[in-house]
Design a protein around this ligand. Structure first.
Ligand code: GLY
Length: 340
């Protein structure tokens, strides 16, 4: 078992990575906990015993269920159960489950403890770590977006049981590799050369370091959005037929083209993005057919990360990956044609 500490003062917590790590769940719960509400989905293939009496709450699968209506449904169940501040919510599943369970925990009784048991590669290396929780705001008249309603609410602990990865369909593993490819460009680490437990633990460590230095994304944490500005636009434009991690892969290659357009990196570095994303990490690198480039640029302008500062991207450059505000929409459009 590998333990990675997320150092956040009195809200510090451990992330346990290893085969069979779920058996450590009772030890991760705060000592005051009397009961647990397990928030999960149908078909999550691991059995969980929190070691205290518990009730199980299932939420729907897919972005359409990541809504305030789901939070209300959960809270009604917590009320019937009589869940108190001396209890705990345990999120068991992928990124959607831990985002929803975390937000429910942040708001139920104005905040109760939450522990995440992550069952997907993407959840283990990214979503379950760092305390970002939330739900989508479904679009009405084109206004709305992913994860627009949420809270920073750190878990009391996170379990990454690698047994769960053996049950994942290839597409789910591919999604996790999208976030790992991002870490490759942020650190230069050769993650694929590591054995699986070390690789997952190293990704957790990279994220823990960033979160510890900038918990609320005032600066450095924004680097974790490398590849994400186009990725979020692609998810919306394809109505989520392109999954998040797949979209991040395409978004990383796009960010390289845009950085090249802006004179920040040379052609060889763009090619390196193709080799890493498309070659080593075996992800798609092309835009899905039939999307309007103008529509994608307008969606990137609406991304919640850029509302305050025009078109802002996270881009590679001579000093490494950094936040670049004030990008000309014409360059963003031209970089989309460069990909074609
Ligand atoms: N997934 C990006 C972050 O947690 O900041």
């Amino acid at each position: 078992m590998i333990t990675v500490r997320v150092p956040l003062g009195d809200r510090s917590y451990d992330v346990l990575v290893g085969h069979g790590a779920r058996t450590e769940l009772p030890a991760l719960l705060p000592s005051s906990v009397r009961r647990a509400a397990l928030v999960t989905q149908a078909g999550i293939p691991i059995d969980i015993d929190p070691g205290v009496p518990f009730e199980r709450f299932e939420i729907g699968d897919g972005e359409d269920h990541k809504t305030l209506a789901t939070i209300e449904h959960l809270c009604r169940g917590f009320a019937e159960m009589g869940l108190t501040r001396n209890d705990v919510i345990v999120g068991v599943g992928g990124g959607m489950v831990t985002d929803v369970a975390g937000f429910a925990a942040a708001t139920w009784h104005r905040g109760i403890p939450v522990v995440h048991v992550s069952t997907t590669l993407l959840g283990m290396v990214d979503a379950a770590i760092g305390g970002k929780t939330g739900v989508n705001l479904p679009a009405i008249d084109g206004i709305g977006g992913k994860n627009l309603v949420g809270a920073y609410w750190q878990p009391s602990g996170v379990i990454c049981d690698l047994d769960a990865l053996a049950t994942l369909p290839p597409r789910e593993l591919r999604c996790g590799r999208g976030e790992m490819a991002k870490y490759h460009f942020l650190t230069g680490d050769d993650l694929l050369a590591m054995a699986e437990p070390e690789r997952v633990a190293r990704c957790v460590q990279i994220k823990a370091d960033v979160v510890a230095s900038d918990e609320r994304e005032g600066g450095r944490r924004a680097l974790l959005n490398y590849g994400h500005t186009l990725a979020h636009a692609l998810e919306i434009a394809t109505d989520h037929s392109l999954a998040h991690g797949e979209a991040v892969g395409v978004g990383l290659v796009y960010a390289a083209h845009l950085a090249h357009r802006l004179g920040r990196i040379d052609e060889a570095r763009v090619q390196r993005h193709y080799e890493v994303v498309g070659g080593a990490y075996e992800l798609g690198t092309s835009l899905p057919p039939g999307l309007s480039a103008e529509h994608l640029v307008s969606l990137m302008g609406l991304d919640k990360k850029v509302l305050s500062d025009g078109l802002t991207f996270v881009l590679d450059g001579p000093r490494g990956v950094e936040v670049v505000p004030g990008v000309d929409p014409a360059a963003a459009l031209a970089a989309l044609s460069d990909m074609a």
